[in-house]
Design a protein around this ligand. Structure first.
Ligand SMILES: Nc1nc2c(ncn2[C@@H]2O[C@H](COP(=O)(O)OP(=O)(O)OP(=O)(O)O)[C@@H](O)[C@H]2O)c(=O)[nH]1
Ligand SMILES: [Mg+2]
Ligand SMILES: [Zn+2]
Length: 298
C-alpha cells in the first residue's frame, strides 16, 4: 500500500530531500518526472511525498510556491532576518539599502539584526551605526542590536508554518545567531579573513530549522543581489519612505529627481530623509540603467 503525506523540504543531502512532515523528518528521493519537467524541488518547498511497500520514500509533487528567493534559493519565504555586522565585515549603509530594496521588490518583510556590536563596545563608531539604524526603525523596520533580545523574541515572531530566512554577507554572523536560537543546531561558523575583512562562505547550503511554530533558514547569504530586472522607474516604489511621501509629490509617477513640487526632495532638504538613502537610490538607478552590477559586488 502506498502512503501519502505532505511536508516541507528542510534540506538537501547528497541528492536526497529531507522533508519535515507531521510525523517527523522523512528522507526522500525526487521522482524522475521533475527532471523531465525541468522543475527542481527547493528547500522551503511544500511537497507531497509517497512511501511505497518497501518503505522507500519519494517526493512526488511540489505544491504552488509563494516565491523563490536568493542563490541558492529558498522557496516560500515569508520574512527575512537580515544580519548586518558592525565590524568584520564593516557596517555599510549602502549594503543595507541594497538588501532592503531587493527584498522590498520581492515583497518580503525584513527584520534587521546588527551583529558584533560587542566588538565596538561603546565607541563613537557604534553610536553612529545605531543612529543610522534608528532611521530604519523610524521608516518601519524592526531593528535588533542585541542577540539576547532577538533570541528571546524570535519563537513568537515566526508564526505557524512561516518560513523565515537569514540573509547577509558571509561572516556577518548568521550561523552564530542560528546556533544561539537553536541550541542543538551545531552549524559551523567561520573565521574572518583579516586581510580581506570578509567571511569565507562557511555555510554552503540552505537548511531549515524548526523555530517556534515555523522555520528559520540558515543560508550562505545572498551575496550577489541583482537589481537589474527592476524597471528603473519602479525603483522608487521599493524605498518605503519615498513611496509613502510620493502621494504628496505634485506629479504622479514622480521619480524624485528634478520634478517640481517633489515631496521626497523636500523631505531630503529638511533632513527628514537620510542623504545616504537618496544617494543609494541614485546609484541603484544608474546600475539598473546600465544593466549591470558594480564590479566590486561581483
Ligand atoms: N564578537 C562577536 N563575534 C561574532 C558575532 N557574530 C558572529 N561572530 C563571529 O564572526 C565569525 C563569522 O560568523 P558566522 O556565524 O560563521 O557568519 P555567517 O554569516 O554564518 O557566514 P557564512 O556562513 O560564511 O555566510 C565567527 O568567527 C563568529 O564567531 C557577534 O555578535 N559578536
Ligand atoms: Mg554561516
Ligand atoms: Zn517626488
Amino acid at each position: 500500500m502506498i502512503k501519502k503525506a505532505e511536508g516541507t523540504v528542510i534540506g538537501l543531502i547528497a541528492g536526497y530531500y529531507d522533508v519535515q512532515t507531521a510525523d517527523g523528518v522523512v528522507r526522500t528521493r525526487a521522482r524522475g518526472v521533475f527532471r523531465q519537467k525541468k522543475e527542481k524541488p527547493t528547500v522551503g518547498d511544500h511537497v507531497e511525498i509517497q512511501v511505497d511497500d518497501k518503505g522507500t520514500s519519494y517526493l512526488v509533487k511540489i505544491l504552488p510556491r509563494l516565491n523563490l528567493i536568493g542563490r541558492p534559493a529558498v522557496a516560500n519565504v515569508n520574512h527575512v532576518l537580515l544580519v548586518i555586522s558592525a565590524v568584520q565585515p564593516d557596517f555599510s549603509v549602502q549594503l543595507l539599502d541594497r538588501f532592503l530594496t531587493f527584498f522590498s521588490w520581492k515583497k518580503v518583510d525584513v527584520t534587521i539584526y546588527l551583529s558584533k556590536a560587542d566588538m565596538l563596545e561603546n565607541s563613537s563608531k557604534l553610536s553612529k551605526i545605531k543612529e543610522e539604524l534608528a532611521y530604519y526603525q523610524k521608516i518601519g523596520y524592526a531593528v535588533y542590536d542585541n542577540s539576547d533580545e532577538l533570541v528571546e523574541s524570535i519563537p513568537n515572531l515566526i508564526k505557524e508554518n512561516q518560513i523565515w530566512t537569514m540573509a547577509g554577507q558571509s561572516g556577518a554572523g548568521k550561523s552564530t545567531l542560528l546556533n544561539k536560537i537553536k541550541k542543538d543546531a551545531n552549524q559551523a561558523t567561520g573565521k574572518i579573513s583579516v586581510v580581506l575583512n570578509r567571511g569565507k562562505h562557511t555555510t554552503r547550503q540552505v537548511q531549515l530549522f524548526k523555530v517556534g511554530e515555523g522555520f528559520l533558514a540558515d543560508t550562505p547569504g545572498f551575496s550577489s543581489i541583482d537589481f537589474t530586472p527592476i524597471k528603473v522607474n519602479e525603483l522608487c516604489n521599493y524605498f518605503v519612505e519615498f513611496k509613502k511621501a510620493s502621494s504628496k509629490c505634485k506629479f504622479r509617477g514622480c521619480q524624485h529627481i528634478k520634478e517640481p513640487g517633489c515631496e521626497v526632495k523636500r523631505l531630503l532638504e529638511e533632513g527628514i530623509i537620510l542623504q545616504s538613502r537618496y544617494d543609494d537610490y541614485l546609484s541603484m538607478r544608474t546600475e539598473i540603467s546600465e544593466g549591470r552590477m558594480p564590479e566590486y559586488l561581483k
